[in-house]
Ligand binder design. Structure first.
Ligand code: EPU
Length: 359
């Protein structure tokens, strides 16, 4: 009896794997096994990934998620992994990486069209070179364009949503253009829905003197460098600032005396208290989560405020689609940021930028 159940499970797994392999082959998309979130996210923690699919064009990406949906296979989108805390267990869904959907940024007058996997810092540098202003505050955010769109990334007076003319989204296996004006761009949140894959966008920027733009970008980077940890394993700010309050969560956690506090391999950054950093090879996602929950608990007690996560928490087994691919539930989500490649990209972007600034 037990054997029969076990045999059934093996058969189911084989059918599932064969289905995914067939979809990847049909769409011409690379399929990888044996990857871990610990290699693909900037916090460097998180468990095994069942299947990682790596499309290289917007059309391939749209096609592959359309096919997964048709087959009732659950999937999530990972960009550079710089805003995700994925739990330590084995994740039983397909991860679609947008890291290779990058191509080249296409400039045309005040507009630039760019794909989701393109490095945000690199885009900011290229826009400055073309004398285009509007995103220079975002130059230090180590993510992809797709991740920035997904969460309406912002820093130093700029939010990406303000300059988006249109977004390309995967729907029914195809690339569909959605006007930026039809999207709700809120503080670190947009009206894009779970199960929507963002493929790229066209930004409309403003002409300005390239040197002035580069100087503003440098200034934002300097401020960031002085106030936020760099070179550390983090996911940026862990919590949102309390909306509409003008309060800084980081400042308040700092005033609660929690800088440097540890849980296992996770630590409240001594530089900026809204950053949780991981340290050592034994760090676990559960350490970061335990520390985050401790902060939330104390924040609730001392300030009566319920802190909202700014990072995305990815559970290993949270079902976010039913078999028909139609229903979504909670906390699973879309676009993201960092891997080794992304970091290398961002480093390159920074190096290019500083050599640009020096020349
Ligand atoms: N502060 C402290 N101690 C700390 C952290 C901050 O006293 O540990 C003070 C700072 O000295 C400053 C004030 O708090 O006087 C505000 O700090 P900061 O300028 O760093 O701004 P923030 O509100 O903490 C927000 C965004 C950052 C973004 C910066 C700059 C959120 C949650 N955070 O931080 O975004 O880079 O403004 O625009 O909205 C992110 O999205 O991941 C992120 C880091």
């Amino acid at each position: 009896m037990v054997e029969t159940d076990e045999q059934q499970a093996v058969n189911d797994a084989q059918t599932h794997d064969a289905k995914i392999e067939e979809i990847a082959r049909r769409c011409g998309v690379r399929a990888e096994r044996g990857r871990r979130f610990a290699e693909l996210t900037s916090l460097r923690v998180g468990g095994a990934i069942d299947w990682l699919l790596v499309p290289e064009t917007e059309e391939q990406a749209a096609g592959v998620v359309g096919a997964l949906e048709d087959a009732g296979v659950a999937w999530r989108v990972l960009g550079a992994g710089s805003n995700v805390l994925a739990d330590d267990r084995e994740h039983r869904y397909v991860v679609v990486s947008t890291r290779e959907v990058k191509g080249e940024a296409q400039f045309d007058g005040e507009r630039v069209s760019v794909s989701a996997g393109f490095s945000l810092p690199r885009l900011c540098v290229e826009a400055a070179r073309h004398g285009l202003s509007g995103i220079e505050g975002l130059g230090g955010i180590p993510g992809t364009v797709g991740g920035a769109l997904w969460m309406n990334a912002g820093a130093y007076g700029h939010e990406i949503g303000e300059v988006v003319e249109s977004v390309r989204v995967a729907r029914g296996g195809h690339v569909v253009v959605v006007p930026g004006s039809e999207v709700k761009w809120d503080y670190r949140h947009t009206s894009f829905k779970e199960g929507e894959l963002l493929l790229g966008c066209t930004l409309k920027l403003r002409p300005d003197d390239p040197e002035k733009i580069a100087a503003r970008m440098e200034d934002a980077k300097r401020r960031r460098f002085a106030t936020q940890p760099h070179g550390a394993r983090s996911a940026g700010c862990f919590f949102k600032n309390p909306p509409g309050s003008g309060l800084s969560t980081g400042k308040m956690i700092d005033e609660m005396g929690m800088k440097g506090e540890r849980r296992g391999g996770a630590r409240v950054s001594p530089v900026h208290a809204n950053f949780i950093v991981t340290e050592g090879k034994d760090a676990r996602a559960s350490d970061a989560l335990a520390l985050a929950e401790e902060i939330r608990e104390r924040f609730r007690r001392e300030h009566g405020i319920e802190l909202e996560y700014e990072v995305e928490l990815w559970g290993a087994d949270a079902e976010f689609k039913d078999a028909s691919g139609a229903t979504e539930t909670d906390e699973t989500s879309g676009e993201v940021k960092t891997s080794d490649e992304a970091e290398a990209d961002d480093e390159r972007a920074r190096a290019e930028e500083s050599s640009e600034a020096e020349s």
